[in-house]
Ligand binder design. Structure first.
Ligand code: ZN
Length: 183
């Protein structure tokens, strides 16, 4: 990932908080995998307070927008009784796609933290950066690479399993992202 996205948080306490929140998001990502979903999890937090945790639910609900970040943002808005999530940080185990980066912008989150970049759909610095696009009416800082190895291993394992001839799912066409997480 670009070096500017690897910049360390300003304070050691912030780095510890980021790790703790990302670990919670990774638990959600593992839960997604157990249900046959792409292992991605997300958390929305207001400081140390966890407002929402979500995993991908696309296969189980048949909803193309049921990405972890979207669901976490919706639940956090419900928890705060406000669509505006100013002051909140969105944590995701995978760099958000165009839709989720757009939703984070719409919710006016104050910060985005993700674990592993997404070369095929990342819109928080890889293919484009919605958070840093100064033409938009809201920008917010991004920290990437938090617990990156764990999140990437989870994704790689998921796509390896899907390609395995032992599983019926292996006959389905893999997500284009599978290539990126292949060994
Ligand atoms: Zn998304």
């Amino acid at each position: 990932m670009p070096d500017e996205l690897k910049s360390a948080p300003s304070f050691p306490e912030e780095a510890a908080l980021d790790d703790a929140m990302m670990r919670r998001a990774l638990i959600a990502a593992r839960e997604a995998r157990e249900r046959g979903e792409i292992p991605v999890g997300a958390v929305v937090a207001l400081g140390e307070r966890v407002l929402a945790v979500a995993r991908v639910e696309r296969e189980t609900t048949g909803d193309p927008t049921a990405h972890a970040e979207i669901l976490a943002l919706r639940r956090a808005a419900t928890a705060l009784d406000s669509w505006r999530l100013t002051g909140c940080t969105l944590y995701s185990t995978l760099e958000p796609c165009p839709m989720c980066a757009g939703a984070a912008h719409a919710a006016q989150v104050s910060r985005l933290v993700y674990a592993t970049p997404s070369p095929k759909s990342g819109y928080a610095g890889t293919l484009h950066s919605v958070p840093a696009d100064s033409r938009l009416n809201h920008t917010f800082p991004v920290t990437g690479g938090v617990l990156e190895a764990e999140a990437a291993d989870l994704l790689r394992g998921f796509f390896q399993d899907r390609r395995s001839p032992k599983t019926p799912e292996s006959t389905t066409k893999p997500c284009p992202e599978a290539q990126k997480f292949s060994p």
